[in-house]
Design a protein. Structure first.
Lengths: 356, 423
């Protein structure tokens, strides 16, 4: 009934290779896209600006990181720095009067360049050692962004001037939302498609065993660097979106290790290597603390119990930690896998596989 | 019933959904005349050393005002929440506050304040940046809706140097002052002022940065001792402060020649050892302890009636009183606004008019005379120095201000740059 496969016959290779062979999946995706596209008309402003916009931006960033971690199997602990490079490059260019469209691309290229230089460490080291090398990148970039030339001295905030994208001013909430939606949509589309290309398959080969890939004729040198290049480019572009559409004033501390770890958590909790995962992960990591906090506050005032604010502020963190532990215990492959299990269950529903 | 995994997940999700009813808070006073303040602050990450006491002071004072019938018929509502020094959470809190009609927001966090500056300027919501945020926000002509209402770090550094000068009978020529600071923008902030003053007054300045968060400074302090300073200023917050004090004590520096900013409290002294820290000085922006009339009123009318926002033994501690100080200034702003336009409408601009016409306000003897104008959002730059006597901070000077010309040069320089380039 749901996710019906009966009656779908592929008579051409193109049919079988399409992104969503099942009609139900296609309808579902279109329904979600329609909901997201119409969001400004039915979502309250607070939720549009306070939730949807950061969710889209962080999802885009997590998608970029996921290409590297889930796609190519290279760990990166300095992705916050990559985003910071993009943000600072594009904001400086915009302030010089360069159009945002070009500044975004320049931000992406700068991130890609610096990210690949540090990514070159991946050619020599793996696993935990690569983690250390990318962590070093985080700290080195932090050091340079704190200098006067880049971030502007000890007061260190850089205001983003009013910008427009393709002739549309990004001043209003709705325009900003569509701008973020568009960028994240393109990134997601790219991620969905990349798996069907030789590039995506080469990354997968490198991920599974790099020397086996080399033996098969996949240049690990080339593809590891390319993975860093592409992923950092996306990070840089998202960085400029983050700066112009959400933060609107950037300072070095916004791109510290906390951001890197947050993104890492989104990718891991969401599901390594999946495209849906970063969206779910970003939603959970960004909003679980807020929602838990508000829910606890509402519960406290509704039941008239007076919880001291210290405890009230810390209890959601306990719940949040517990939630992540439980999610990872129940499904180590991430939130996307939970959806996948659900989908697989419905694929054969109401008939079920033998259990126990 | 067997509780299998699916049922467990379903019931958890159900419970979570049931709790997520947005917009349930703060509907109580919907019929009355209200002024809404929003206090999203950092209770869980970086500013934990100050937030809970500061917030307790703020809420107790606001309770006191409301218990007495509010200001000109207006009740004040304070929405307190946790933003954990995290920008998405802080921006969400800001947007929520804006939707609920808050006219004032006090995030008590420098990164958050910096990020909210463009929004507050645009939305005309009063952003209070007490002891945090941009120091140049004191220039109200450039930052009309950003109000520190408290002495900024440049003024604090100037106050400390002036006090040293008094201790040396008015002459610092040839003296050596060592500045030990956390290696962050916050720690480096007083440097330009100290540089100018060292040239003007003829003392030598030597600086020693330590790496954040400052829980290990053992490499720095022997060098400080070797430098044989006449005075030491240490500059940090939270754990860095107690570690600095411990190291200063261990290295045998004369504690009565050591001074810090406003970020030193009784709780820090407990960590260092109350007797060890004897003699150390700090900047006091308002009267500490339980002697001010307002604190006594809070003790009898709020805490005494079981309406206190936190543990009673915190009432009158340093940071608690900072909270009372800031809340009293905000409420005074409301009072002035009501005087100017009794029937509102309650908007950010309405409150801004009130806040910028606070004149010689002392909160019944608790604050130095504070005057906020449209140009000066610092409030006059008065403070005093207090010395730890092993049990409490005792004031050693009267309220005074110092070198405001140097401070305002700096404020105007940065404000000018903000106006020109947005930095």
């Amino acid at each position: 009934m749901f996710y019906r496969r009966a009656g779908i016959r592929h008579t051409r290779y193109e049919d079988e290779r399409q992104l969503f062979p099942l009609t139900f999946d296609r309808v579902l995706i279109i329904a979600i896209l329609v909901l997201l596209l119409s969001a400004p008309f039915w979502v309250e402003r607070l939720y549009l600006v306070g939730y949807m916009v950061p969710w889209l931006i962080w999802s885009g960033a997590a998608l970029g990181l996921n290409l590297l971690m889930g796609g190519a199997g290279q760990i990166h602990l300095g992705y916050g720095a990559v985003i910071g490079i993009g943000a600072y490059t594009s904001v400086h260019l915009v302030r010089f009067g360069v159009p945002l469209e070009l500044a975004m691309i320049a931000g992406g290229l700068m991130s890609a360049l610096i990210g690949s230089i540090f990514g070159a460490a991946a050619l020599r080291v793996k696993g935990i050692y690569l983690a250390m090398a990318t962590l070093a990148m985080q700290y080195i970039v932090d050091f340079f962004t704190q200098t006067k030339i880049i971030s502007g001295g000890s007061l260190a905030t850089l205001q983003v001037p009013p910008v427009s994208f393709l002739g549309i001013s990004l001043k209003g909430d709705v325009a900003t939302y569509y701008f973020c939606f568009g960028v994240t949509f393109l990134i997601a589309l790219y991620m969905l498609n990349i798996r069907r290309t030789s590039f995506g398959r080469a990354l997968a080969a490198v991920r599974e065993k790099d020397y086996a890939a080399q033996i098969l004729g996949v240049s690990t040198y080339r593809y590891k660097l390319l993975a860093f290049w592409v992923s950092s480019f996306i990070g840089g572009v998202v960085g400029s979106v983050l700066a112009v559409a959400y933060l609107r004033a950037i300072s070095p501390d916004q791109f510290h290790l906390e951001l890197s770890v947050q993104l890492l958590a989104m990718v891991i909790v969401g599901g390594l290597g999946s495209v849906l995962g970063p969206f779910l992960g970003a939603a959970l990591i960004l909003f679980a603390p807020i929602v838990l906090n508000n829910a606890l506050g509402a519960a406290a005032s509704a039941f008239g119990t007076d919880i001291p604010i210290d405890l009230r502020a810390h209890m959601p963190l306990l719940a949040y930690g517990l939630m992540i532990v439980l999610f990872l215990l129940y499904e180590p492959l991430g939130l996307a896998k939970i959806y996948d299990n659900f989908r697989k269950y419905l694929l054969v529903w109401p008939f079920r596989h033998a259990q126990k | 019933m067997e509780m299998n995994r699916r049922k467990f997940l379903a019931s958890t999700a159900g419970a979570a959904a049931a709790f997520t009813v947005p917009g349930m808070t703060g509907q109580v006073f919907a019929q009355e005349k209200i002024v809404r303040f929003s206090f999203p602050q950092d209770f869980t990450k970086i500013y934990t050393f100050v937030t809970s006491e500061y917030s307790q002071g703020q809420r107790d004072y606001i309770t006191l005002v409301n218990e007495r019938g509010g200001i000109g018929g207006y009740k004040i509502i304070a929405d307190v929440s946790d933003h954990a020094n995290d920008l998405p959470r802080a921006i969400e809190a800001y947007e929520r506050a804006k939707r609920e009609g808050a006219v004032l927001i006090d995030p008590l966090s420098t990164p958050v304040a910096r990020a909210l500056v463009p929004r507050a300027l645009e939305d005309k919501i009063n952003l209070i940046t007490a002891y945090s945020g941009r120091s140049d926000a004191a220039d109200g002509t450039v930052f009309p809706y950003v109000l520190p209402l408290s002495i900024n770090y440049w003024t604090q550094a100037a106050l400390i140097i002036e006090n040293f000068r008094k201790m040396e009978k008015g002459d610092l020529k040839g003296k050596k002052i060592v500045f030990v600071h956390i290696d962050t923008p916050f720690g480096k902030e007083p440097l330009p002022i100290l540089d100018v003053l060292s040239k003007r007054l003829g003392f030598t300045l030597q600086t020693f940065p330590y790496t954040p968060p400052g829980n290990d400074q053992s490499a720095i302090w022997p060098q400080v001792r070797r430098a044989q300073p006449d005075f030491v200023i240490f500059w940090g917050a939270g754990v860095g402060q107690t570690v600095a004090l411990t190291e200063a004590f261990r290295n045998g520096l004369k504690m009565d020649r050591v001074s810090s900013s406003v970020w030193l409290s009784e709780s820090d002294m407990d960590v260092v050892g109350r007797a060890n820290a004897k003699g150390v000085m700090k900047v006091e922006p308002c009267v500490g302890g339980r002697s001010p009339k307002i604190i006594k009123d809070i003790l009898s009318d709020v805490v005494g009636k079981g309406k206190g926002a936190g543990p009673e033994n915190k009432v009158g501690t340093g940071y608690y009183n900072y909270g009372v100080q800031m809340a009293s200034l905000m409420v005074e702003g409301v009072r002035m606004a009501v005087q100017k336009a009794p029937n509102g409408p309650v908007t950010g601009a309405w409150l801004n008019e009130g806040l910028t016409s606070i004149k010689d306000f002392t909160a019944e003897g608790m604050l130095p005379p504070t005057t906020v104008t449209k140009a000066d959002h610092q409030g006059g730059g008065m403070g005093r120095i207090a010395r730890w006597d092993g049990d409490k901070f005792v004031p050693v000077t009267d309220w005074y201000t110092a070198f405001q010309d140097v401070v305002w040069d700096e404020i105007r320089k940065y404000a000018e740059e903000f106006k020109k380039t947005g930095k």
